[in-house]
Design a protein around this ligand. Sequence first.
Ligand SMILES: [Cu+2]
Length: 172
Amino acid sequence: MSANSPSRPLRRSLFLWYFLVSLLVPAPVGLMAAPTGAPAQAVEVRDAWIPEAPPVAAVLAAYMTLVNHGSRTLRLSTITSPDFATVEIHQTATEGGMSRMRKLDELVLYAGDDVHLRPGGIHLMLIKPARPLRHGDMVRLRLQLDDGDSLEVRVPVRADADEATMPHHDHH
Ligand SMILES: [Cu+2]
């Protein structure tokens, strides 16, 4: 038996190896690109930003616009981030001249509608940062929707809101 003709067991193990590699390699690519024919992600996140807070701050806020391009109502209740212990959905309301925040169980995203998270209104409350976050840092948020879909977004920390992130600047 020459060196160029591997024994049967070796041939089999090589085949098994290639088979396993072929299983492993295309998987991440398949996850990143939506398979053809699959519906596009219904929810789009726009103009997301996190105002920079003092380094000692125990909480930060995240603002964004959520657009439901789909044809059915979706609910967002679970948000996680590797940079924070907990993420909650809050609403700021003024009652008797006092500004208070209350926790919402979920955000309802109606089909074809936008939900604006902005200062003084609904926001994501980012609780217990795992690292100091300064202007220019990026925070990863994972938004889990009730249809099983989830959105991975990267949100910049900004010292100031610039024109692009300020909602309702109409230039007609
Ligand atoms: Cu809050």
